[in-house]
Design a protein around this ligand. Structure first.
Ligand SMILES: Nc1nc2c(ncn2[C@@H]2O[C@H](COP(=O)(O)OP(=O)(O)OP(=O)(O)O)[C@@H](O)[C@H]2O)c(=O)[nH]1
Ligand SMILES: [Mg+2]
Length: 631
């Protein structure tokens, strides 16, 4: 059997999962009668809810007598670690680039990693059906940008001579012939993904098979089976292994010391479509799944005997952000979920770090607080959401950047290149916002036109060099400033000297000064003080944040006050919509909003904001406008 191993990489939303969907369908993986949801590879609840890929996943298709193992990867930069660890499993990549948006920061990141691995890359210009692409000029431009990117990233001569397909993944067709695009878009011509299938077998090389003196497999991903427990997923580099065989796991301890553990292979699987199908043997070149111990860790090497060496562990780019996870110390702790003890919280976080190489864990000086290091606010939000769905209650603090010390002994902080694409009309407001956060405008160019309510308007693409610190909490503000029409992404470009204090949140908090249910009458009275985060009937405690103050100091308020001598119902009131400003605080909004002296309390039912110090008489209402960091 011939094998090809390939991954699909791109900036977020450029259509990877949609393409894999249609590759699966057209390869006859599913029977005609099977009713499929869109984007079957996005199988996690959170992926479906959010419409983004969070974890890399494997599948395989058949084309003629070739089996093609395909790995779908996430495009959001917070999950870049997933892409990095997957690239070692494959010999080539399909790089998707949105035909209208062109290459964006994550396109660069994933392409660079793929080229470094020596991969052959197929360029797939996707979404050629977008109205901006009519006439073909934009498509040609995007191809040129992509070519420049290959050269810029040091592609070898062979890599720079990449094949190109133009695709509409959503409608399941592609072509290598530029002149065919209009007819395919209009539907005059019918197309399929055959040209891409053809390239997957002709342009991507067959897997190289090493001779390491026996079976050797590197664990690139983990899975779980209710029947056999933890699963190790990876490419078999050398030799083969059969079910029942005794093999060795070459791992490292928490402290980094190498060790060997022998175990018996319980079960083996390979991919057939979306299924993991049990098999007796897996052999070099293929991607396989192996069960036998629950202790697998990403980066382990599984070998047949002492004579077969361990492979270098998978290293991904270092985290830039830290967040403190704490045992829930709020007065309502344990009412809505399982108030976990510190040992259990620690175990859960350690497990996350084992499963996800982009996450690191460390203890703090306090026994009930732990530091988790990661890549971005969304990555933290997803992890928190998963934990609360498991029934846990806990608290998290404001994310802070991880600083280093340079050779001159000076503190340094991570710097990112943020790329914004938005209607020109909002560019000056947005520029001011970024400059206030120490962003430096590097480039400003017209990126195209779009039709809007006032006729055609220009879109511009801006690039800012800005400390990661300045980007925290910026997404919502940027989306508001660009009326939801802006694109935003960023990539880490390095570290530079600490840029000094930075503005985080101008407004103070409105804080409940007592325990009790929120009363509509009281909230109506507080209406012009700011925006409320709670509704009438919500249960409050002293020190809990009920809203955002219009001024920059904190303010203690009584949100439980009843109107005298009447009997206004407290809960379930049906006309609280009369309140001007209620802002529903999602987890992500809380993460963006919160300051250093505050916690987010997370339970399976509720997300609350609170002051770290709850007692009104022990807390100052004067806020320091200053940014915290991880020293
Ligand atoms: N117009 C158009 N839209 C497309 C095409 N392909 C995908 N889309 C849309 O683009 C959006 C994103 O598609 P996904 O397949 O989830 O993108 P992705 O690259 O997997 O996204 P992440 O995994 O989150 O990075 C969806 O709304 C798709 O319907 C296409 O060929 N044309
Ligand atoms: Mg996807």
């Amino acid at each position: 059997m011939l094998i090809r191993n390939v991954c699909i990489i791109a900036h977020v939303d450029h259509g990877k999962t949609t393409l894999v969907d249609h590759l699966l369908r057209q390869s006859g993986t599913f029977s005609e009668r099977e009713v499929l949801s869109d984007r079957v590879m996005d199988s996690m609840d959170l992926e479906r809810e959010r419409g983004i890929t969070i974890q890399a996943k494997n599948c395989s298709i058949r084309h003629g007598d070739t089996k093609v193992n395909i790995v779908d990867t996430p495009g959001h930069s917070d999950f870049g670690g997933e892409v990095e660890r997957i690239l070692g499993m494959v010999d080539g990549s399909v790089l998707l680039v949105d035909a209208a948006e062109g290459p964006l920061p994550q396109t660069r990141f994933v392409l660079q990693k793929s080229l470094q691995k020596g991969h052959r890359v197929i360029l797939c210009i996707n979404k050629v059906d977008r109205p901006e692409c009519a006439g073909g000029t934009r498509i040609k431009e995007v191809v040129n940008h992509a070519f420049d990117l290959f050269i810029d990233l040091g592609a070898s001569e062979e890599q720079a001579d990449f094949p190109i397909v133009y695709a509409c993944a959503r409608n399941g067709w592609c072509t290598t012939n530029f002149d065919d695009i209009p007819a395919l878009v209009s539907g005059e011509k019918k197309g399929t993904l055959e040209p891409l299938f053809e390239l997957l077998t002709s342009a991507i090389p067959a897997p190289q098979i090493a001779d390491a003196g026996g079976f050797q497999m590197s664990v690139a991903n983990l899975g779980w089976s209710d029947f056999v427990g933890r699963l190790a997923i990876g490419r078999i580099l050398s030799g083969s292994v059969t079910a029942g065989q005794k093999i060795i796991r070459r791992g490292v301890t928490e402290a980094g010391a190498a060790f060997n553990e022998s175990f018996n292979v319980l079960k083996l699987f390979t991919y057939q479509g979306l299924q993991q199908v049990e098999t007796k043997e897996i052999t070099a070149g293929d991607i396989g799944v192996l069960a036998g111990t629950d202790d697998f860790q990403i980066g382990d090497t599984l070998v047949s005997g002492e004579n077969v060496p361990a492979l270098e562990r998978i290293e991904v780019e270092k985290p830039t952000l830290a967040m403190i996870f704490s045992v829930n110390t709020s007065p309502f702790s344990g009412r809505e979920g399982e108030a976990v003890q510190s040992r259990k919280l620690r175990e859960r976080l350690l497990r996350e770090a084992r499963m996800n190489v982009a996450i690191r864990f460390s203890d703090t000086e306090l026994p009930d607080q732990f530091r988790v290091l990661g890549r971005g606010e969304l990555q933290f939000a997803i992890m928190i959401e998963q934990m609360r769905r498991e029934g846990m209650e806990f608290m998290v603090g404001r994310p802070s950047v991880i600083t280093h010390t340079n050779a001159q002994g000076k503190k340094t902080e991570p710097i990112e290149m943020a790329t914004l694409d938005l209607p020109e009309a909002y560019a000056s407001d947005v520029t001011r916002m970024f400059q206030e956060r120490k962003g430096i405008l590097n480039s400003y160019e017209t990126s195209g036109t779009q039709s809007g309510p006032t006729g055609t308007q220009n879109r511009v693409r801006l690039e800012f060099e800005i400390p990661t610190r300045g980007l925290l909490g910026m997404r919502t503000k940027y989306m508001t400033a660009s009326r939801g029409e802006g694109l935003f992404s960023s990539r880490l470009i390095g570290y530079s000297e600490w840029k000094g204090d930075m503005l985080h949140r101008l407004n103070g908090a409105l804080i409940s000064d007592r325990e009790g249910p929120a009363v509509e009458y009281a909230l109506l009275n507080l209406d012009d003080r700011g925006v409320m985060f709670i509704k009438p009937g919500d249960k409050l405690y002293e020190g809990m944040i009920v809203g955002e103050n219009t001024r920059n100091n904190d303010m203690n308020v009584n949100a439980c006050r009843e109107k005298k001598l009447t009997n206004v119902r407290a809960a379930g009131s049906d006309h609280y919509e009369a309140l001007k400003g209620i802002r529903e605080m999602t987890l992500e909004r809380c993460i963006e909003w919160i300051d250093d002296d505050e916690w987010i309390e997370v339970t399976p039912k509720t997300i609350r904001l609170r002051k770290k110090v709850l007692a009104t008489n022990q807390r100052s209402i004067i806020r320091r406008i200053e940014d915290g960091d991880e020293g």
